[in-house]
Design a protein around this ligand. Structure first.
Ligand code: ADP
Ligand code: ASP
Ligand code: MG
Length: 401
């Protein structure tokens, strides 16, 4: 059996934790299984490196940032292989170059395209535990790239798919996927199972326990994931296509504070204005999330949209650049003080009234809703950042998990 095990930053934060992980992997190896380990950088090392970069240059180039950030994962894999060797087991660390993990050239947000498996399989055949850097890849220009924050999960799933692994286990600092972030909602409950679709929505809406692309990839290649803790032996959460349980009305609540709203006020109320606005934004690779257009008045209308914090400045600059030309407007307002709270559940499709229950819970908690968006299996509200934790708890309580 071939098992891919991924350990996040907290799981390898110091010497004791590294030895703990080494021992867990060796236990698997001693059962006669082939073991591929994917690691994140130690503890908060990626944040430390980001701060170092910003201290040198407040707008560092993405290429150099990736060059720097990839050192985090390279450190943890080398130390892990040393720990395993010290425990008497043959192990080898490999980085993205040595494996050859090919990605697109989008520094800081690259997508995996192809993984060469030859070197890994060769090392496995030598009965070595292979310890691989998460989060990083190489572009066609042979530059290091990174897959976006939290991207080691995606490396692990991609490796599991490429190697046709029998298992893909994601070890983290909580023992599974909960109905809400257990750090924010104390009554959150662990889910035994969850579908790819629901997990993908939760992950995309801020449940940072899994990188959303890892779930997308797991669904695409049919990789069953197990999320569990590296610090205990509790059963985790299984993420897969179909779950045995009756579909829950709502399976989770998620919160995302990485949201900025940009309102373009007093645009001309005629055909083509929205097209031009979003075309300009797309040309600058700005990913837009929630969009709201006001009813026209006095031949003008307002359009507001949300973006992630790292895109806010580019979005504002783009609109400002076209204000005297194709995007005549009276004002551009930016609001950093917002958060999104969402409920996700496959059972919502056949049950009207779920959104109303969410809004009532928010009303009772005195939380004002700025904007709403929905899909078949989710409802999202935009609210004040300061209200986010109260809103999460109120909504979670309403659905009585
Ligand atoms: P790792 O470094 O292991 O990848 P992360 O910090 O990326 O760990 O993810 C684990 C964290 O995700 C948990 O500590 C928890 O606070 C947070 N989290 C957010 N939403 C959820 C959820 N629904 N279930 C479990 N954990 C969640
Ligand atoms: N080290 C990277 C990060 O902190 C990748 C990861 O942990 O998954 O975002
Ligand atoms: Mg993570």
């Amino acid at each position: 059996m071939l098992v891919v095990k991924k350990f996040g930053g907290t799981s390898v934060a110091n010497k004791e934790r590294i030895y703990n992980v080494a021992q867990r992997c060796i236990k698997e190896y001693e059962k006669g299984n082939d073991v591929v380990v994917v690691l994140s950088a130690m503890g908060k090392q990626t944040d430390v490196l980001l701060d170092m970069a910003k201290d040198i240059n407040d707008r560092p180039s993405k290429r150099e940032l990736d060059m720097l950030l990839t050192t985090g994962e390279q450190t943890s894999v080398a130390l892990m292989a040393m720990a395993m060797q010290k425990l008497g087991v043959p192990a080898i660390s490999l980085n993205a170059f040595q494996v050859a993990m090919h990605t697109t050239a989008d520094a800081g947000n690259a997508r995996l395209r192809r993984i060469d498996t030859e070197r890994i399989l060769h090392e496995i055949q030598q009965r070595k535990i292979v310890v691989i850097t998460g989060f990083q890849g190489i572009s066609k220009y042979e530059d290091y790239t990174t897959l976006g924050r939290g991207g080691s999960d995606t490396t692990a799933v991609a490796l599991a798919a490429a190697l046709h692994a029998d298992k893909c286990e994601i070890y983290t600092d909580v023992d599974g996927v909960y109905t809400a972030d257990p750090r924010i909602v104390k009554d959150a409950k662990k889910l035994d199972e969850i579908t790819y679709d629901e997990m993908l929505e939760l992950a995309s809406l801020g449940a940072g326990v899994l990188h959303n692309r890892s779930v997308e990839m797991a669904k695409k290649y049919g990789v069953t994931l197990e999320v569990r803790s590296s610090l205990n032996t509790n059963e985790g959460t299984i993420v897969k296509e179909e779950v045995k349980m009756e579909k829950m009305l709502v399976s989770g609540v998620a919160c995302d504070k990485n949201v900025v709203r940009i309102a373009v006020v007093g645009l001309e109320d005629r055909p083509g204005v929205a097209f031009k606005l979003f075309r300009h934004l797309a040309n600058h690779n700005v990913n837009v999330d929630m969009i709201l257009q006001s009813i026209g008045r006095d031949n003008t209308k307002d359009i507001s949209f949300t973006v992630t914090e790292d895109m806010a400045q580019t979005a504002v600059d783009t609109v400002e650049r076209h204000r005297s030309g194709s995007l005549k407007c009276s004002d551009v307002k930016v609001n950093y003080d917002l958060a999104k709270v969402s409920i996700v559940g496959a059972g919502m499709q056949s049950n009207p009234g779920v959104a109303a229950r969410m809004f009532e819970a928010l009303y009772d908690a005195n939380v004002n809703i700025h904007q709403i968006s929905t899909s078949e299996i989710r409802v999202t509200v935009l609210i004040r950042k300061d209200d986010a934790e109260r809103a999460m708890n109120a909504v979670h309580k309403e659905f009585d998990f």
